[in-house]
Design a protein around this ligand. Structure first.
Ligand code: MV4
Length: 512
């Protein structure tokens, strides 16, 4: 199939003419831009609540694929494939989330003769199961967190935990991203934790297998970006420090990390390349590591997709990762070798969410009445929003990403402060006040962050959320109703530019 479609001309594979983007929001917009740069016609899909979404307006064609519920639209493989067939798209870019790490979908695309822009279904499957991935890593001489290579039975648990040494972490073999994870500090808590973890895993992943790892206390989360072409070439593109998270949701990412020196970067990069080669991995991927206080790094998991925070790597490498993904999928060779890659400068990304930082981070959907976006040197803004658009409550509330870039970390932070001053989103609540707090925080400025940083920082300011998820969902629904009503009364007019600066004092105050 591919031999027919992608004939090599002058050493360059034939590029796709039309690509369908199976996603929404800022990432759909990002992929559309890469398509435009390559002369590819972008095709959008959208749900009924996304008719007026930015990605739909920017694409050449757009197909409605069902109701708001993701399971009936963006997660519906048949609907997405139907749209691809109807449009005549030769390839599908899945973005992140939704179907991006679904091996079954990658397989279905291959069966339909449509190129999935990402790794093979087989490579995705290998990395999806955590015990299998750990075994692979060990074979590739990549350090893994000490623990078991298989799922454990209740009978084995106590002796294995004693061998590893407390505290230990129970993890779902079929899991990832923190779901079904349990910290166990002493033997007397082990059996009940195992039972809970196993039943949670069974419910969430349809597989109750649980394994053990030594618990790393206050680790950093540092990940390595890799690119692999379909001819066996793999390169690593430096690290991203993603330690600033809240409830397993990344909030700020940066590159380079303040704890990674050249030697460590080389060792982590080499390990990441070995991981990708061992898995016969192709396209863009990310290898996550936990880094302990002695700066030992351990393989955590591999993300088989383009990640939200990819612009940070683009800033320090000067590469366009989405363009490279398209070229790799079309059969091109990587246009550079490892030794050609020069990392330079410093980049920070902030994820701008429609949520109320002062109110348990409650989602804050509604109409964007005013929008003033930062510009100028060292600023990049990847966004799926526009003034007058209504943020639906049906999806992840990520509105945009603010990426700043400077010659060094200080310049990056200075530019981030300026950008946050210029930034204003009216009509809904956003987490901008949180970033204004972070850039003033002495630990952040000193680069002294780990995965517990944000929790501690919020607690210091009395902002630790205590409400459970169900309550949050209920409150969000009620709030949405209220804001929808209010947004009809809102008058949008000129003269609001600069409100960001004017408003800054009061919002900073609300967080202190
Ligand atoms: C760990 C850990 C400590 N020790 N594993 C959380 C998400 C999932 N991907 C793995 N996670 C962790 N695994 C061991 N053996 C601490 C975490 C963890 C974490 C990891 C990365 C980023 C943020 C985190 C927040 C809390 C816990």
């Amino acid at each position: 199939m591919e031999g027919v479609l992608f004939v090599r001309v002058n050493g360059t594979a034939k590029m796709f003419k039309k690509v369908l983007i199976a996603n929404r929001g800022e990432i759909a917009v990002r992929v559309i831009r890469a398509c435009r740069d390559l002369g590819i016609s972008p095709v959008a899909v959208y749900s009924e609540v996304d008719r007026t979404a930015l990605h739909v307006l920017m694409a050449d064609q757009a197909y409605c694929i069902g109701p708001a519920a993701a399971t009936e639209s963006y997660l519906n493989m048949e609907k997405v494939l139907d749209a691809a067939r109807k449009s005549g798209a030769e390839a599908i870019h899945p973005g992140y989330g939704f179907l991006s790490e679904n091996a079954q979908f990658a397989g279905a695309c291959a069966d339909a003769g449509i190129k999935f822009i990402g790794p093979s279904a087989a490579a995705m499957q290998k990395m999806g199961f955590k015990t299998t991935a750990r075994e692979q890593m060990q074979r590739a001489a990549v350090p893994i967190v000490p623990g078991t290579l298989r799922g454990i039975t209740p009978e084995q648990a106590a002796s294995e935990a004693a061998r590893i040494g407390y505290p230990v972490m129970l993890k779902a073999a079929a899991g990832g991203g923190g779901k079904g994870m349990r910290l166990v500090e002493r033997e007397q808590d082990l059996q009940s934790a195992l039972a809970t973890a196993s039943s949670e895993a069974k419910r969430a992943f349809g597989n109750g297998e649980v394994y053990l790892e030594k618990a790393i206390i206050n680790p950093r989360h540092i990940e390595i970006q890799v690119l692999a072409d379909e001819h066996g070439n793999v390169v690593s593109l430096g690290e991203r420090d993603c330690s600033i998270q809240r409830r397993h949701q990344k909030v700020v990412e940066e590159s380079p990390s303040t704890v990674v020196n050249d030697d460590m970067r080389h060792r982590m990069g080499d390990a990441a390349v070995r991981v990708a080669k061992a898995a016969e991995y192709t396209n863009a991927g990310t290898i996550e590591f936990l880094v302990d206080e002695q700066r030992n790094f351990y393989f955590l998991e591999m993300n088989t997709r383009l990640q939200v925070e990819h612009p940070v790597t683009e800033a320090v490498t000067g590469l366009d990762l989405v363009q490279l993904q398209l070229q790799i999928a079309a059969g091109d060779r990587l246009p550079f070798r490892q030794e050609d890659i020069a990392l330079g400068g410093h980049a920070i990304e902030c994820r701008i969410y429609a949520e109320d930082t002062e109110n348990n981070f409650l989602p804050s959907p509604g109409k964007i009445s005013n929008l003033s976006v930062p510009e100028g040197p060292g600023i990049r803004h990847d966004s799926g929003m526009y003034q007058g658009w209504t943020v639906p409550l049906d999806y992840d509330p990520l509105l945009a990403k603010l990426i700043v870039f400077g010659g060094d970390r200080k310049q990056s932070i200075d530019r981030l402060r300026r950008a946050l001053d210029e930034y204003y989103v009216g009509g809904i609540k956003t987490n901008l006040p949180l970033f204004r707090r972070i850039v003033q925080d002495k630990n952040f400025v000193a680069g002294d962050v780990d995965t517990g940083y944000l929790g501690r920082m919020l607690a210091e300011h009395g902002l630790r959320s205590s409400t459970d998820n169900h309550q949050i969902a209920m409150l969000a629904a009620a709030l949405f109703q209220l804001q929808t009503e209010q947004s009809h009364k809102e008058v949008v007019g000129p003269g609001d530019y600069g409100k960001g600066r004017w408003k800054r004092a009061s919002r900073t105050e609300a967080l202190s």
